[in-house]
Design a protein around this ligand. Structure first.
Ligand SMILES: Nc1ncnc2c1ncn2[C@@H]1O[C@H](COP(=O)(O)OP(=O)(O)OP(=O)(O)O)[C@@H](O)[C@H]1O
Ligand SMILES: [Mg+2]
Length: 443
């Protein structure tokens, strides 16, 4: 099973070639048996005539000169002949009937005077398997025994045959290769298009040409992509509409709250309204970020992170010392700068907010992949909530809400942005305490 390749192309090609080899082998075997049969027939008739020719020469000579005549005769390859008293007993095996029949038939083509016809003909053995002995009973007594050994048939022994076989195999292999390419090419294109759509809903549509099935698949894919696009647009529009419509009543409520006489109640009212306002803004940003129309450009990861750290340091001068960047690897990638900045700012902001420090490290563990880790010395995140914090509006502890004042949308937004770039972000707790966010991005 280990030899079985994993790619569709290689599997199809292998199956085709194996099938082809089987068909070729079967065809060759049939061809070989056919040729062997033919060669046997040719051999049988040739040796029948040859033996009969020898007999004709001997029977025509007088008894006393036969031995000498036999010596002078050119018998031909693999042939021996002798005069003897009895019929031949060697070799032990009888000649098969069909073969004996064919040999007798061929003998009838050699013209012999009626008086000289052999009185009896006996055969033993097989010409290509140890040789055949044909015994003729001479009209005046005594036997002429002719032994003929023929080489075994060689069905492949033809230069054109080998050439034809080679050219046939090569043509079939090239055709199979071409057919497999035709077949698997569209699958790869479809996979690449799906991948591109995952990163960017506005990726260009697939060309809908080629064979019927491929064109239909491409058209179905394009329809699906446009539905997803419309769905995302509808959702963004809906979010914008809700956000917009909520803004006005919130502003009105804020204005009216100013008229509340009770100071404490008014402050609480305003604080709640502010929180509501922040949530509405964050919701709007969430919708905007996940359907970002911003174009992708080449950008320097270290420079981007340096800017975020500087801005965070400016906003919180007391914590500026705890913000460090270790960018040993120089990484340039194609991405949407504003979105990526928002995503990294969320992670660094969390580290500073919940862990007071942020150690950022850029690495390139292997070609084609960059990682950014953001570590802090805070309390970390309960292990069973490491994934839940990526749910929109989920925050670990309610009591912290007031102090740190977030909406719980930072991480889901960040994850959305990284995934739209073909990467991801995961959270973990460090062995020495504190949390670590690890971002992976293809470069
Ligand atoms: N580095 C961290 N250390 C400890 N807890 C963290 C860390 N990062 C995130 N969390 C927890 O995960 C929760 C969700 O984080 P997330 O960034 O999504 O929202 P937020 O920071 O509360 O609000 P905002 O939308 O303003 O970012 C946080 O409320 C916090 O409890
Ligand atoms: Mg946050």
């Amino acid at each position: 099973m280990k030899l079985w390749p994993t790619s569709l192309g290689a599997r199809t090609l292998l199956t085709l070639l194996l099938g082809l080899a089987l068909v070729q082998a079967a065809g060759l075997t049939i061809h070989a048996y056919d040729r062997i049969d033919l060669q046997h027939q040719e051999e049988a008739s040739a040796l029948g005539m040859r033996a009969m020719g020898i007999y004709r020469s001997i029977v025509a000579t007088s008894v006393s000169e036969r031995q000498a005549a036999l010596q002078d005769l050119d018998l031909g390859p693999g042939t021996t002949a002798k005069l003897q008293q009895g019929p031949p007993l060697e070799p032990a095996d009888p000649t098969p009937d069909q073969l004996a029949h064919a040999i007798r038939f061929s003998m009838s083509f050699v013209q012999v005077r009626a008086a000289n016809h052999p009185r009896d003909v006996q055969m033993r053995g097989i010409p290509w398997d140890g040789g055949i002995t044909i015994g003729y009973l001479l009209p005046d007594g005594g036997w002429l025994s002719v032994k003929i050994i023929t080489p075994p048939p060689r069905p492949w022994h033809s230069p054109t045959f080998l050439w034809a076989f080679g050219v046939m195999t090569l043509c079939a292999a090239i055709l199979s290769f071409w057919a497999v390419r035709q077949l698997t090419g569209p699958v790869a294109t479809l996979a690449a298009a799906a991948e591109a759509l995952g990163r960017d809903v506005n990726a260009p549509p697939l060309p809908e040409g080629g064979p019927d099935e491929v064109a239909r698949a491409a058209s179905a894919f394009n329809t699906m992509a446009s539905r997803i696009r419309r769905f995302v647009q509808d959702r963004t529009f809906l979010l914008a509409a809700i956000g917009h419509d909520l803004r006005t009543p919130i502003t009105r409520l804020k204005l009216r709250a100013e008229f509340i006489d009770d100071d404490e109640l008014r402050d609480k009212f305003l604080a709640d309204l502010d929180e509501l306002d922040t949530m509405v803004s964050a919701t709007l940003a969430f919708g905007r970020d996940t359907s970002d129309m911003e174009p992708a450009v080449p950008l320097d990861l270290a420079a981007l992170l340096r800017t975020i750290l500087d801005e965070t340091g400016d906003a919180r001068p007391s914590q500026a010392d705890g913000l460090t960047l270790d960018a040993a690897a120089h990484v340039t990638l194609r991405g949407r700068p504003v979105a990526l900045k928002r995503a990294f700012a969320n992670l660094i902001g969390n580290a500073v907010k919940y862990g007071a420090t942020a150690r950022v490290c850029v690495a390139c563990p292997h070609p084609g992949l960059a990682t950014v880790t953001v570590e802090d010395d805070g309390p970390g995140i309960p292990p069973d909530q490491l994934e839940r914090v990526f749910d929109p509006f989920y925050r670990v502890e309610d009591s912290r809400n007031r102090e740190t004042g977030g909406t719980g949308l930072g991480l889901p937004i960040a994850r959305n942005i990284f995934r739209a770039h073909g990467g991801d972000v995961v959270l973990a707790n460090r062995a020495g305490g504190g949390a670590r966010a690890t971002v992976t991005l293809p470069v």
